[in-house]
Design a protein. Structure first.
Length: 148
C-alpha cells in the first residue's frame, strides 16, 4: 500500500495526533476566516454578553476578520485590539491550560482580570472556572508554543 497522507495519519498512535494538529493551528481561531463565530468581542465588555457582529462592519487583524455590532465598537477594537481580543487566540482557555488547542463557543465566555477567555462549551467553562488563576498560569505557560 502506498504511503500517502491519509495512510500516514491512520498509522499514527492517537497520542501523536494532538501534537500534529498544533503544528497546523493558526494564531487566531476562526471558522471560514471569521473570528469568534462573528461575535462582537467589544460587546462582551460593554454589554456583558455575546452579540452578533454585522457582516458590513469588520476589521482584519492577525489574519482574521472580526465583526462588530456598531462602528463605535469597531473603532474601540481598532484602537487597541489586544484589549478586546480573546486570550489564546480565541481558542479554548481550558484546552490551552492542558497544552492543546480546541475550538470555542462564543456563549462559553468569561472576563477575568479585564481579559476575555473563551471555552469549548459551557460545561468546559465550569471546569475551567474551578481554578481560573491556575488555569491562566498554565495557559500562559503553554501559549503560543501549543500552536507549533
Amino acid at each position: 500500500m502506498p504511503l500517502n497522507r491519509r495512510t500516514f495519519l491512520l498509522m499514527l498512535p492517537a497520542a501523536a495526533l494532538p501534537r500534529l494538529a498544533h503544528a497546523m493551528s493558526p494564531k487566531i481561531y476562526t471558522e471560514d476566516g471569521i473570528a469568534v463565530d462573528g461575535s462582537d468581542v467589544v460587546a462582551y465588555f460593554t454589554e456583558s454578553k455575546p452579540v452578533k457582529g454585522r457582516k458590513d462592519i469588520t476589521h482584519d487583524w492577525m489574519g482574521a476578520t472580526w465583526r462588530f455590532a456598531s462602528e463605535e465598537n469597531r473603532a474601540k477594537f481598532q484602537a487597541d485590539p489586544t484589549a478586546y481580543a480573546p486570550q489564546y487566540g480565541g481558542y479554548c482557555a481550558y484546552a490551552a491550560s492542558e497544552g492543546y488547542v480546541a475550538p470555542t463557543d462564543p456563549a462559553a465566555w468569561t472576563i477575568y482580570d479585564g481579559k476575555l477567555y473563551l471555552n469549548y462549551s459551557k460545561g468546559v467553562r465550569r471546569r475551567w472556572s474551578k481554578d481560573i488563576p491556575g488555569r491562566i498560569a498554565a495557559g500562559d505557560a503553554n501559549w503560543p508554543g501549543i500552536l507549533r
